[in-house]
Design a protein around this ligand. Structure first.
Ligand code: SF4
Length: 518
């Protein structure tokens, strides 16, 4: 059987794009070996506090990959921007050993920077790759011209040929696709200096009892710092929500549940799940409750899409946790980010969620720090906004990164706040140790009396150069501990090692069953 190798270079087992391509290519008669490179132990405290994304690749792993790709017609890699240097390094090693073998880069980074990514590869696949990659492989096999495949940017001698893109998959086409690959067969993973068979234990080790899935594709927003800002320029239809039917999706979840019987939670990572209509969410909730019966965690909640009705039906289906983008509490910065959401609307969304606090783990709110465009008055407004934001919540604080080619990055370069984008040092940087960052981080742990906050934001220390890095780190640790505490109250022990996590999850399940019987 014709063989290809797909390598996920991100430190993750949850890359949906490459898993979808693996399924589709297998369905079309190829043997696909899929390798997940996980060089950091993503479960450690250290990783949670300061992830590093270098350009290194373990020698043992590299040599083993070189052996594994020997019989492959083509090698495909996928990565986000923070791992592109590692993908380039691996591609160079493969090309050095097998100059005739074609190596293709796809995924988020390739789509964002396009021809800029081609240096180390024979071709770059832009956007949705299922059909494009299959056509590329078929042409390769038949010795046909691969330089005209749509969605592909191809190196031909000294020239780089860029083709137009095919339309995005319609809802009907998404439904005709095989389910994303979630299985164990022909899948491999890095463990230290070796590549070994992917097992159920790896799923648990890197994702705990949560299984990450995505139902809808696309986002109606195009925030100026986000990759969707670029996607929209590639194809306006990225702003539309596309998805297969709920029934199709639920069948996929049933298969996953059968393969990984110890998972307790499906983690919906859609960009904008709550933007689906109430009717569709109701039907989804009904099917999920009746056929799946596990917990639900939903990320990507856009405040304007949160309604009481949607939360109510989802709680009935097992919703336990929501993650929402706040990003800032002042209108000027929200405008800079292209987020058409007013602070009062965000307060309303949190007010809705807090009405269900008896059933939900506190909402996780994302907030962006270290934005050089913000003045101390802007930060003061954000701090006073957090003071009014209905609790309970956790705060995920991020230092602003300059993703290549976004409008915000261009503006920051033009106005000389940064020299270049962060493609070579995207590090999930720890927030700076400034006093406003300290006050914001405090809200992730507890609420100080409002009169104290009002006094502090008007004091001189707001503009001082004093650094509070150690305190901010400590608060991040408390924020994490508080989060772990609330999750464990809901019987979710994701933060423990797989062995204890499984044990306690089972005990919690049996305890609940016994209580129900009484
Ligand atoms: S709402 Fe979220 S996913 Fe959508 S564009 Fe903004 S940051 Fe990106």
């Amino acid at each position: 059987m014709r063989k290809i190798t797909l390598i996920n270079v991100d430190d993750s087992i949850g890359n949906f794009g490459i898993r979808k391509i693996a399924s589709f290519i297998r369905q079309n008669g190829y043997r696909v070996d899929q390798i997940f490179l996980v060089s950091n132990d993503t479960t450690t405290f250290k990783y949670r506090f300061q992830a590093t994304f270098g350009a290194e690749i373990d020698e043992g792993v590299k040599n083993q990959i070189l052996e594994m790709v020997k019989g492959s017609v083509c090698v495909g890699m996928s990565c986000m921007t923070n791992h592109h240097r590692r993908a380039g390094l691996l591609s160079r090693a493969i090309k050095e050993k097998y100059p005739e073998k074609k190596v293709v880069l796809g995924g988020a980074h390739a789509t964002i920077v396009q021809e800029d990514a081609i240096e180390d590869f024979d071709a770059v696949c832009v956007g949705e790759g299922e059909k494009a990659f299959l056509e590329y492989l078929q042409r390769l096999e038949m010795n046909q011209n691969v330089s005209t495949v749509k969605n592909f940017i191809v190196k031909v001698g000294d020239k780089i040929i860029k083709n137009s893109n095919r339309p995005l998959l319609s809802n009907k086409e998404l439904e005709e696709m095989p389910f994303m690959d979630y299985g164990l067969k022909d899948n491999y993973i890095q463990e230290g200096s070796k590549i070994i068979k992917f097992s159920e234990e790896h799923q648990y080790k890197y994702s705990g009892p949560h299984y990450r899935v995505m139902y809808s594709l696309g986002c109606p927003f195009r925030c100026t710092y986000c990759s969707n800002n670029i996607m929209f320029k590639i194809d306006k239809n990225y702003s539309k929500l596309r998805r297969p039917s709920v029934d199709y999706f639920i069948q996929g979840l049933l298969n996953i549940k059968k393969t990984y019987p110890d998972i307790t939670t499906f983690f919906l990572t859609d960009d904008a799940f709550f933007s689906l209509s109430t009717k569709e969410i109701q039907y989804f909730a009904e099917q999920f409750r009746n056929k799946i019966g596990l917990n639900l965690k939903i990320t990507g909640a856009i405040p304007t899409s949160i309604t009481e009705e949607k939360i109510h039906v989802l709680i009935g289906a097992g919703l336990k946790h929501v993650r929402m983008g706040i990003q800032s509490g002042n209108p000027r910065t929200l405008d800079l980010y292209g987020r058409k959401i007013s602070p009062p609307r965000m307060i309303k969304a949190m007010d809705t969620l807090s009405k269900f606090k008896k059933y939900l783990i506190p909402t996780e709110c994302d907030i962006i720090l270290d934005n050089p465009f913000e003045t101390s008055d802007d930060l003061k407004e954000t701090i006073l906004f957090l003071d009014k934001l209905p609790r309970p919540y956790f705060l995920n604080t991020f230092s602003l990164e300059y993703l290549p080619k976004t409008s915000l990055t261009k503006k920051a370069i033009d106005e000389k706040y940064v020299e270049s984008d962060s493609r070579n040092d995207l590090l999930c940087k720890f927030p700076k140790g400034t006093f406003p960052n300290l006050l914001i981080s405090l809200y992730g742990v507890f609420k100080m009396p409002s009169f104290v906050i009002k006094y502090l934001v008007n004091s001189k220390i707001m503009n001082s150069d004093m650094q509070f890095t150690a305190l901010i780190k400590m608060l991040k640790f408390f924020n994490f501990s508080k989060r772990a505490f609330y999750f464990s109250l809901h019987g979710d022990f994701y933060f423990l090692t797989p062995k204890y996590c499984k044990m306690l999850n089972r005990l919690h399940y049996l305890g609940r069953k016994a209580i129900k019987k009484l």
